[in-house]
Design a protein around this ligand. Structure first.
Ligand code: ADP
Length: 257
């Protein structure tokens, strides 16, 4: 393990980890400070939301987790879900600086280029009755490669979609600068300004979508808007349905977005 500093953040870089979130949770429980980043060249057991697998091959992307530890009492537990929107927007801004604005945000927290998923984010946390104690914010971004396995037909990378080659270090550095500014805005003013900045970058709003429910049932509708808490409002058969990020997957009518 090697210790580095990027944009004022302590970065612990490991050649290989089972999962950067697992390592970050371990350190968070031991009191590691806000802003520390766990970066792995490879994850053998990377995870996405709902315990889904996240492919994290060495040399193909940036796989990292940041420890978030606000002042005790500053963030309510139920506000923590907003952090993935902050993270998705920060990575979209960081990558858009390098790709002529090619990156879009698929609700709630995937980044896509040309309809291909290039980045996912997820958050786990520990809270008490006083509020959020710590959260770990995991992000995987595909930077290189065109040869994704057959079970990931909608995966893409910054290289495959824009022919731009970015390093994990530079991407993390730019992300941290964008994140720090957006995190301060979120703490001061809540989720609304973050969602307002996401709207013009949204790959979901205004589109016909398929909503996949936990029981596998699917309905279709039009994505109208996001509520102040980040929930997606979809109109289906004349009725407005409010979708929460933890509950459903949203896909395009024909393809991934
Ligand atoms: P969801 O797409 O439902 O929001 P997640 O964001 O948690 O789920 O991502 C997990 C899913 O992403 C996996 O089930 C898999 O289909 C896909 N996936 C796994 N690894 C990658 C990767 N490196 N690039 C793009 N998609 C991936």
């Amino acid at each position: 393990m090697e210790t580095m500093f990027f944009a004022g953040h302590k970065v612990l870089r490991f050649p290989v980890l089972d999962s950067t979130n697992i390592q970050a949770k371990h350190l968070a429980r031991e009191g590691e400070a806000h802003g520390t980043v766990i970066l792995a060249d490879e994850q053998t057991c990377g995870r996405g939301r709902l315990n889904r697998k996240w492919l994290s091959r060495p040399g193909y992307g940036a796989w990292f987790t940041m420890i978030i530890r606000p002042e005790m009492g500053r963030v309510r537990a139920e506000q923590t879900a907003g952090l993935v929107f902050v993270a998705a927007l920060a990575m979209a801004q960081a990558l858009n600086q390098q790709t002529d604005g090619a990156v879009r945000i698929k609700w709630p927290n995937d980044l896509v280029i040309h309809g291909r998923k290039i980045c996912g984010a997820m958050c786990e946390m520990s809270a008490t009755t006083e509020g959020l104690e710590w959260a770990v914010l995991g992000i995987g971004v595909n930077l290189r490669g065109r040869d994704f396995p057959a079970d990931l037909p909608w995966a893409g990378s910054v290289e495959s979609e824009t022919a731009t080659i970015l390093s994990a270090e530079e991407t993390l550095h730019r992300f941290l600068i964008c994140f720090d500014e957006l995190y301060a805005l979120w703490l001061a003013d809540g989720l609304s300004p973050i969602l307002r900045a996401i709207s013009p970058l949204s790959a979901t709003l205004g589109r016909q979508v398929r909503v996949i429910q936990p029981d596998g049932k699917i309905f279709t509708g039009r994505a109208l808007r996001m509520q102040d808490d980040g929930a997606l409002v979809v109109e289906s058969a004349g009725i407005e349905q409010v979708l929460r990020a933890g509950d459903v997957s949203v896909r395009g009518m024909m393809d991934y977005i």
